[in-house]
Design a protein around this ligand. Sequence first.
Ligand code: FES
Ligand code: FES
Length: 181
Amino acid sequence: MKLNINGADVEVEADADTPLLWVLREQLGMTGTKFGCGIGQCGACTVHLNGQPIRSCIMPASALVGQTLTTIEGLDHPVQQAWLEEQVPQCGYCQSGQLMAAASLLNNNRKPSDEDIGKWMTNLCRCGTYDRIRKGIHAASEAMPEPVLPMPDLEAGPPGGEAGPPEGETGPPAPADGGAE
Ligand code: FES
Ligand code: FES
């Protein structure tokens, strides 16, 4: 089967039910993704599937043909610098999974609250680095540029409708000075 990993197509031989984690580590030698529990609980094996985190120990590789996969070896994200600056890891074993989870959080939510972080970051750390993980995520959030919103095509109007303000609205608010030059 052919998988797309970190931007490259790779041909792998595996039974249909072989978990992705085994393909990564045993066949491709990509040992940055770790084996922890093997039952989808700890998050040490987290990779991205089309940009979203998955636990590769319980994901059959055959289900991922035609999808885009990113592992820690292919991650390029501000969380990595923030992890260095905040000295997040202790033993380090869980940290590639933590980085993958943190990067996906920030890609979905540029300014997460502590509560958002608590809900999203379900990866376990036996060294208890949770406070530093939270600090690292906030530091990366500060370092990330504001998203650039695409300019609307004013000539074309809103998608699927006529140009003009949405129904029930009369348009942009009048200037506070009444519009005087
Ligand atoms: S090794 Fe996959 S979740 Fe623990
Ligand atoms: S840093 Fe040791 S398990 Fe997380």
